[in-house]
Ligand binder design. Structure first.
Ligand code: PEP
Length: 252
């Protein structure tokens, strides 16, 4: 049985005080609603302490949106996973398409981050997804397979329960264009099959696969009804209580 997992990626939005204020309201609302899915929010690095404090006792996980692929050293501007662990952060989003697109993160770099996070017993949401051009060229499966095989290289089978995959078609992120539930489910099915071929049916069946790309209160239910969709990674609609709460409580 896969527990639904809804995550909010705040990207470079909300200051620490704005984030803490919103997180406090969200935490109270989630607690009152008695939701049964796992809920995560990923504020910017500087907001992590204030937001963690604000959601204490609510069951909401607070994650980082990225981390360095080194433990410490001369890497100006980077944040190491040890620093995250030291402030109580145990979850991290890796390989987001904006990191790939704007900051040149390759599958190999992302893999080194995944391995470092896993070695520190952190939980990872690993993002994969094709661009519009790649989809139109019929390369969807090739791209997903490469991102998964390289991104998960040397991750051991027993470490896989700490990995969540987020399928985020790049053309659907922040564009208002959502993949149809059928298209998303087909991509998720392919991801599950690929993970089964790398690891085992059992590991693939237990793998949580989130969909991301313009998820809104109006489309979450149809997406979550699909067999292979186990959750959502939400960008824009995670920034306001009136949008994010109905997504979290989609089953109510
Ligand atoms: C994201 O940033 O992971 C995302 C899916 O963004 P949006 O929901 O705004 O498309």
């Amino acid at each position: 049985m896969r527990r639904p997992y809804i995550a909010g990626n705040w990207k470079m939005n909300l200051t620490p005080s704005e984030g803490a204020e919103y997180a406090k309201k969200l935490g109270e609302a989630v607690k009152n609603a008695g939701v049964d899915c796992r809920v995560m929010i990923a504020p910017s690095f500087v907001s992590l302490p204030a937001v963690s404090e604000a959601v204490k006792g609510t069951g909401i996980t607070v994650a980082a949106q990225n981390m360095a692929n080194h433990l410490s050293g001369a890497y100006t501007g980077e944040v190491s996973p040890e620093m995250l662990k030291d402030i109580g952060i145990n979850d991290v989003i890796l390989g987001h398409s904006e990191r790939r697109q704007y900051y040149g993160e390759t599958d190999e770099i992302i893999n080194s981050k995944v391995l470092l996070a896993i070695s520190l017993k952190m939980e990872v949401v690993l993002c994969v997804g094709e661009t519009l051009e790649e989809r139109e060229e019929g390369k969807l499966e090739e791209i997903l397979e490469r991102q998964l095989r390289v991104g998960l290289k040397d991750v051991l089978p027993e470490e896989m329960p700490r990995i969540t995959i987020a399928y985020e078609p790049v053309w659907a992120i922040g564009t208002g264009r959502t993949a149809t539930p059928e298209d998303a489910d087909a991509a998720h099915k392919f991801i599950r099959e690929t993970v089964a071929s790398i690891y085992s049916e059992d590991i693939a069946n237990n793998l949580i696969i989130q969909y991301g790309g313009s998820v809104k209160p109006g489309n979450i239910r149809a997406l979550m009804e699909k067999e292979n969709i186990d959750g959502a990674l939400v960008g824009g609609a995670s920034l306001k209580l009136e949008d994010f709460l109905p997504i979290i409580t989609y089953s109510k």
